[in-house]
Design a binder for this molecule. Structure first.
Ligand code: DAH
Length: 353
C-alpha cells in the first residue's frame, strides 16, 4: 500500500512542476484563472489526487493530505503573486504609454479673424447707426422690378448697360447694385410717421472679367434719407462726414455725374490722403481720389414707391466697400479679398474691435 502513496507523491511532484511552470509563463489574468481551475478547481488535478485517497493505506492518508494541502497553498500563493505582478506590469505599461512631457511647448490654437470687408462694413454700420440710420439687408437674388424698374431704369433704358448683369431668367438676376434696397424700404415707409434713414450693405455681382481692379463679386453699401426739406447741403455734409470717418480727409469735392435714380447726381472725390494732393501712384497723380456716387433722389423713384415727390425729397449714396478698403489699406489687387489667402486675411486682425 505504501507503493500507492509513493506513486501519488511522485504524481504530486509532477503536478507541482507543471503548475509552477504554467504560472511562470502566464501572460494575463485570464490565463492565471484557467490555471487555477485546471489545478485547484472541482475537477482539477489536485482534487483528482484527493479522490485517490481511498487507495492509500489509512496511516498514510494524513501524509498525502498534508502534501496536497501544502501544494494547494503554494499554488495559491504563486497565483496571488503572479496576479499582483501582472497588475503592476499593466500599470507600468500604461504609465509608459501615457507619458506626458510637461516641458513641451503648448500648441498654439489657430485664431480666426474678421474679413477686412466685414471690418469695413461693421465699422460703417456703427457709424451710421450712431447717426440714427437703420440697417437693412436686401436679397442677393433680386428681381428686375426692384433692381432696375423701381429705380427709374425701365427696360431698354440705355443706362442698364452701365452694369453688366448676371441674369437668372427674364425677371431674376444677381443684383448689380444694392440700390434695390432703397425701393424695398421706400415702398414700406410711411413718410407721415417721420424721416427715413437707412443703409443697406451687401454683396453685388457684375459680369466683369476679374483682374486687379475688377471682381465679378464685390460689396456695396447703399444709403438713403427721405423727409421733407432734405437739401443738397444735407447730402454734402453727410458725405464729408463719411470721408472724414473712413479716410480722415477733410477736403472733398463733388463733381457732376449721372445715375438714373438721382437728379442731380454727383461723385465725391477726397484729397489724396497719401500725398496730400501733390500726386502719387495711389491718386494716379491726380491729387484727388474718387470714392463714391450720390445725388438727390429722383422724383420718379419716390413716385414709383407711392411717395408724393412734391412734398418729400431725399438724398442717396452708394459706396463700394472693396474700394474703400483698397484705398484705406493700400491694397493693390481686389482679388485678394476673395482668394482666401490666410496671410492676407490675418493682416487686418488689429483693426477688429
Ligand atoms: N448703384 C450705383 C452703382 O452701383 C451707386 C450709387 C450711386 C448708389 C449713386 C446711389 C447713388 O444710391 O445715389 O454704381
Amino acid at each position: 500500500m505504501s507503493d500507492e502513496l509513493d506513486k501519488l507523491l511522485a504524481r504530486l511532484k509532477e503536478i507541482q512542476a507543471e503548475g509552477s511552470q504554467e504560472i511562470n509563463q502566464a501572460v494575463n489574468k485570464e490565463k492565471l484563472n484557467d490555471i487555477r481551475v485546471k489545478f485547484m478547481g472541482r475537477k482539477g488535478k489536485l482534487t483528482e489526487i484527493l479522490h485517490s485517497m481511498k487507495d492509500v493505506a489509512p496511516e498514510n492518508r494524513r501524509t498525502l493530505g498534508q502534501q496536497v494541502n501544502s501544494l494547494r497553498d503554494k499554488f495559491q500563493a504563486s497565483l496571488d503573486q503572479a496576479n499582483q505582478d501582472l497588475t503592476h506590469k499593466l500599470i507600468e505599461q500604461r504609465l509608459e504609454e501615457e507619458k506626458l512631457d510637461v516641458t513641451l511647448p503648448g500648441r498654439e490654437p489657430l485664431m480666426g479673424s474678421k474679413h477686412v470687408l466685414r471690418i469695413m462694413e461693421d465699422d460703417l454700420e456703427k457709424f451710421f447707426i450712431g447717426m440714427g440710420y437703420q440697417v437693412v439687408q436686401g436679397p442677393e437674388i433680386e428681381t428686375d422690378h426692384y433692381c432696375f424698374e423701381m429705380m427709374n431704369l425701365p427696360k431698354d433704358h440705355p443706362a442698364r448697360d452701365m452694369q453688366a448683369t448676371f441674369w437668372i431668367d427674364d425677371e431674376h438676376l444677381l443684383r448689380t447694385q444694392t440700390s434695390g434696397d432703397q425701393a424695398r424700404v421706400l415702398e414700406k415707409h410711411d413718410c407721415s410717421q417721420g424721416p427715413l434713414k437707412m443703409v443697406g450693405p451687401g454683396k453685388v455681382y457684375r459680369r466683369d472679367d476679374d483682374d486687379a481692379t475688377h471682381s465679378h463679386q464685390f460689396m456695396q453699401m447703399e444709403g438713403l434719407v427721405v423727409d421733407k426739406h432734405v437739401t443738397m447741403g444735407d447730402l454734402k455734409g453727410t458725405l464729408e462726414m463719411i470721408a472724414k470717418h473712413v479716410f480722415g480727409s477733410t477736403e472733398t469735392r463733388l463733381r457732376p455725374s449721372y445715375f438714373p435714380f438721382t437728379e442731380p447726381s454727383v461723385e465725391m472725390d477726397v484729397r489724396c490722403f497719401n500725398c496730400g494732393g501733390k500726386g502719387c501712384p495711389i491718386c494716379k497723380y491726380e491729387g484727388w481720389i474718387e470714392v463714391l456716387g450720390a445725388g438727390m433722389v429722383h422724383p420718379n423713384v419716390l413716385e414709383n414707391a407711392g411717395i408724393d415727390s412734391n412734398v418729400y425729397g431725399g438724398f442717396a449714396f452708394g459706396v463700394g466697400l472693396d474700394r474703400f478698403a483698397i484705398l484705406k489699406y493700400s491694397i493693390d489687387d481686389i482679388r485678394d479679398f476673395y482668394t482666401n489667402d490666410i496671410r492676407f486675411l490675418t493682416q487686418f486682425r488689429q483693426e477688429e474691435d
